[in-house]
Design a protein around this ligand. Sequence first.
Ligand code: SAH
Length: 247
Amino acid sequence: MNAKVWLVGAGPGDPELLTLKAVRALREADVVLIDDLVNPAVLEHCTNARVVTVGKRGGCRSTPQDFIHRLMLRYTRQGKCVVRLKGGDPCIFGRGGEEAMWLRERGVEVELVNGITAGLAGATNCAVPLTLRGVSRGVTLVTAHTQDDSSLNWRALAEGGTTLVVYMGVAKLEEICQQLLDGGMAADMPVAMIENASLPQQRECRSALWRMHEDAQAFALKSPAILVIGRVAAPGQAACLAQAVSA
Ligand code: SAH
């Protein structure tokens, strides 16, 4: 196979949520660069690959992005097929876009492979429909964490009325709550906080906007977790959905 980089989403954790295309890329890979939110169980699809662990987990020192870029370039110049394996989808808060651009600028062939992003998997596994006729006509994925600490326009999000799925929000619950309340969101807006979505250790905590920080503390919510904020996260909605699915 020709030298190239596959930027592959490994999904949220459950190895069965891997796409067939991701499996093909892993089979063909000479080298796999794996982030640490990826479940290593997916590596069973590799036939002959050297596995290199890169990335970080909550607050640990990360492998510098520049080093990862250069590593991918070096391997492709050696004629190798490289799979860069990322948690969820490579282009949802996963730097897939940046890496693809950097590599293409240097003449490297790049192919992106979707993965199921954590927000979608978490909501579905907790029977929260992110859109629901008559309840929510849209969904917005946001990250609470930015490199330059700039703030999101929380008022616009509160007023927008779509379901919000917040990534990297565990350390910022108090701020998120305050900003959304200030932006006019109802204090009793239902919230589902989902930790380790799709893994056997998945946990979910149901709450409401005004008390989500307190509830998360009592629950000892830890990263990785996503927050689903919106009427669709009301426990009653989940019961309706579970009924509809089993009918
Ligand atoms: N590209 C990834 C997101 C990477 S950002 C994706 O598409 O899913 C890392 C954040 O994703 C974490 O802080 C957390 O908010 C979320 N996340 C990743 N895996 C998760 C999981 N299994 N359960 C809950 N949240 C998860």
